[in-house]
Design a protein around this ligand. Structure first.
Ligand code: HEM
Length: 128
């Protein structure tokens, strides 16, 4: 549907595809794989629930797991600027590999994620 929220335009199927692709890339990324669990099933379920609400769809994450407290939840993980860029690169590649998401919607989504990702960085890069 044109108009509406980003969630209305992208839809649940394309969003689920995107999240699946994203974690396939995360699992293969040398800077990211070490900080993620080997089994990404639950992580992907939580991310799909979170992004659904983030894009203006039903607040599934809040309903299932409570307030996301995203920055606090990321604090136990060492997230450097380099890892922030790696996370965004995986998301960008996953967006490009999901052609059912229109380019303008992908760009708007990516810009919003860039802002949240900057907030998750909690450790300087090594050697500074
Ligand atoms: C969970 C890394 C950015 C949303 C996690 C986990 C890691 C991680 C290691 C724990 C996985 C697990 O144990 O299941 C990163 C890194 C980022 C980043 C390196 C780079 C900046 C983001 C962003 C968002 C996000 C931008 C939202 C747009 C989530 C959610 C969870 C999660 C919803 C699950 C929280 C829960 O356990 O309930 N992330 N993350 N992350 N991340 Fe990130």
């Amino acid at each position: 549907t044109p108009g509406g929220t980003l969630y209305d335009r992208i839809g649940p199927e394309a969003l689920a595809e995107l999240v699946t692709r994203f974690y396939e890339l995360v699992a293969q990324h040398p800077d990211l794989a070490p900080i993620f669990p080997t089994d990404l099933t639950e992580t992907a379920e939580k991310q799909l629930a979170f992004l659904t609400g983030f894009l203006g769809g039903p607040p599934l994450y809040h309903e299932r797991y409570g307030h996301p407290r995203l920055r606090a939840r990321h604090l136990p993980h060492v997230i450097t600027p380099k890892r922030g860029r790696a996370w965004l690169a995986c998301m960008n590649a996953a967006l490009r590999a999901t052609p059912s998401i229109a380019t303008a919607d992908a760009q708007e989504f990516y810009a919003a994620l860039t802002r949240v990702a900057a907030h998750m960085v909690n450790t300087p890069d090594a050697g500074q």
